[in-house]
Ligand binder design. Structure first.
Ligand SMILES: [Zn+2]
Length: 230
């Protein structure tokens, strides 16, 4: 790949790093607290949703099993000419029982769907509260004009990034929500990754300064774009 092209993108990433640091410094500790809470809450909702989906799958399997039973009972009735009146009664009862179970399972499935819908809208509400791509909503919720402007600058720079790099950046941000890391783009500060605080190989420092390739932290996966010695 064209090295000046990479250089341009790394320099844009450096700007993003500065902006992200500024946003973090500007957000009051309260707001950072709320933000962390939001990440945790969203994660919990996602887990809850997965649990319900799993329950739904199990119920669907149970419905299949009951349907199989009904099929077999019906087969017994059809193929066995010498079936006694009592046995026939028992089989019919069993079929009714399976049908009753199925209708209850189906009610469960409807409930699960409603639960999932509820969780989805809660996740959406939480996302909107801290949606960095929607500055207006962020302002409504936070009334912090400085931060809104900073986010606008972030979006402006993101638009200039190469789409592959942007895709990677967004992916990192998404993963960081789960891991609670702060910065998708970091510097190597005195030999340590600014984001995860773990030592970075010296070769990475040399490569970062060359601006000839994209360097990622091997531990936390963030972009490493600058070297700072203090
Ligand atoms: Zn790191």
């Amino acid at each position: 790949m064209d090295s000046s092209f990479i250089e341009k993108n790394v320099l844009l990433l450096r700007k993003l790093r500065m902006l992200n640091i500024e946003i973090n410094n500007t957000l009051s500790s309260d707001l950072s607290g709320i933000r962390q809470l939001y990440f945790m809450k969203k994660e919990k909702l996602r887990e809850e949703k997965e649990g319900i989906i799993l329950k739904g799958e199990n119920v669907k399997k149970a419905i299949e099993a009951e349907n199989r039973k009904i099929y077999e009972f019906n087969n017994l009735i059809k193929t066995n000419d010498s079936i006694s009146e009592d046995d026939l009664e028992v089989l019919k009862l069993k079929i009714m029982l399976s049908e009753k179970k199925i209708s209850e399972y189906e009610k469960d499935l409807i409930e699960y769907d409603k639960d999932i819908e509820g969780i989805n809208s809660s996740i959406l509400r939480l996302s909107n509260l801290f949606n960095v791509d929607d500055s207006d909503k962020f302002a409504e919720n936070n009334e912090n004009a400085v931060v809104v402007d900073l986010y606008k600058s972030v979006n402006y720079i993101k638009e200039m990034l190469n789409s592959g790099v942007l895709c990677k950046y967004n992916q990192i941000v998404e993963n960081f929500e789960k891991n609670m890391y702060k910065y998708p783009v970091a510097a190597i500060v005195n030999g340590f990754c600014e984001n995860c605080n773990i030592a970075v190989p010296v070769q990475n420092e040399i490569d970062v300064l060359k601006l000839k390739e994209y360097i990622m932290c091997e531990i936390c996966g963030c972009f490493l774009v600058d070297v700072i010695k203090s």
